[in-house]
Design a protein around this ligand. Structure first.
Ligand code: PMV
Length: 333
């Protein structure tokens, strides 16, 4: 049995930074994101013969043996538990996001893996339950299941899922400054921030408030408010992380130059707002009609890629019941 799924990354407009429960991957606050329509991850999960002792993981054509394999095995253990199976699997994943560079590769990666693995093990999960499952692989993956603009609810295991919310048409310009792996992964950095940053409690309070404000702005179609909240929340997250000890700083001088260029665009009358995740790359939120001009204006600062709003994670094929059965695509909403 083989099932294949495609998922896209998402970029948080209101960030997730910190867990309330590490075991269940419950976030300390809610978050809101926009799914991208670029950088898809395609993942196939094939069930192996019952005597195989370990799962296999091939990423971009290369067999993976280290911690990334363990993370995939632990995730598949959850799927096996749900399915009542002890059969091992082979995972073959093609990731077009620069892995580990703070561009949400784990979001598309675990969203595609959750979707393909659930189908391969015969689980018929709702979108809500798929997003709860993806959450256990990587927090941000929760939001790559529904696509579009999505809110990921804080809550208990049942209540912490993501769903699409109404929002105005938006686009993003990704400015890649450095596509190498980041110095410190988000899991460890979140732990250190919670343990040592004196700003962390204020981050939790303010972000909880910002999620509500962001959902109101999205429902009202108020792009200016969405943009202002997005840039402010990103800078608050980075300030909180920089407050850790030893300090962690993801933004470099070139990242700051992009934030400055975006402010200059706004001063000249083009609405654009910058955000950045756990890495130096900057993503700029714009209205669809401005994406080309903003991409051109920022091209001297990094490699620019434009993106519209992305679709939900979807199964693109399943094979093994005798016939190949392409699965109908779901819409972005
Ligand atoms: O779940 P992770 O490890 O992908 O954490 C993601 C954290 C940020 O990208 C910085 C913020 C977010 O909400 O995506």
């Amino acid at each position: 049995m083989t099932a294949t799924a495609v998922a896209h990354p998402n970029i948080a407009l209101v960030k997730y930074w910190g867990k309330a429960d590490a075991e269940l991957a419950l976030p300390a606050t809610g978050s809101v994101s926009m799914g991208l329509d670029v950088f898809p991850t395609t993942t196939s999960v094939t069930l192996l013969d019952s005597q195989e002792a370990r799962d296999g993981f091939v990423l971009n054509g290369r067999a993976v043996e280290d911690g990334a394999l363990t993370r995939v095995e632990q995730f598949l253990d959850l799927v096996r538990q749900l399915a009542g199976s002890d059969v091992r699997a082979h995972v073959d994943s093609t990731n077009t996001v620069p892995t580990g560079a703070g561009l949400a590769s784990s979001a598309s990666g675990f969203a595609a893996l959750a979707t393909a693995a659930a189908a391969a093990y015969g689980l018929d999960l709702s979108m809500r339950d798929l997003s709860r499952l993806a959450r256990r692989g990587s927090g941000s993956a929760t939001r790559s299941i529904p696509g579009g603009v999505a809110v990921w609810h804080a809550g208990d295991d049942q209540g912490s899922f993501a769903e699409t919310v109404p929002a105005p048409p938006m686009a993003m310009v990704v400015v890649t400054i450095d596509d190498g792996p980041k110095a410190i992964g988000s899991r460890e950095a979140m732990r250190r921030t919670i343990a040592t940053s004196p700003f962390y409690p204020a981050w939790v309070t303010s972000t909880t408030e910002t999620v509500g404000d962001m959902l109101t702005a999205c429902a009202a179609g108020d792009f200016t408010r969405i943009g202002e909240l997005t840039e402010s929340n990103a800078l608050r997250m980075h300030a909180t992380i920089e407050g850790a000890f030893p300090p962690i700083r993801y933004l470099n001088a070139r990242s700051v130059a992009v934030f400055d260029a975006v402010a200059a665009l706004r001063a000249a009358g083009t609405e654009a707002y910058a955000t950045a995740d756990a890495g130096p790359n900057v993503v700029v939120l714009v209205q669809p009609q401005d994406r080309v001009v903003v991409a051109a204006a920022l091209a001297h600062l990094g490699t620019v890629i434009e993106s519209g709003t992305g679709p939900a994670a979807r199964l693109v094929g399943s094979e093994g019941t005798g016939t190949h059965r392409p699965v109908q695509e779901e819409s972005a909403e």
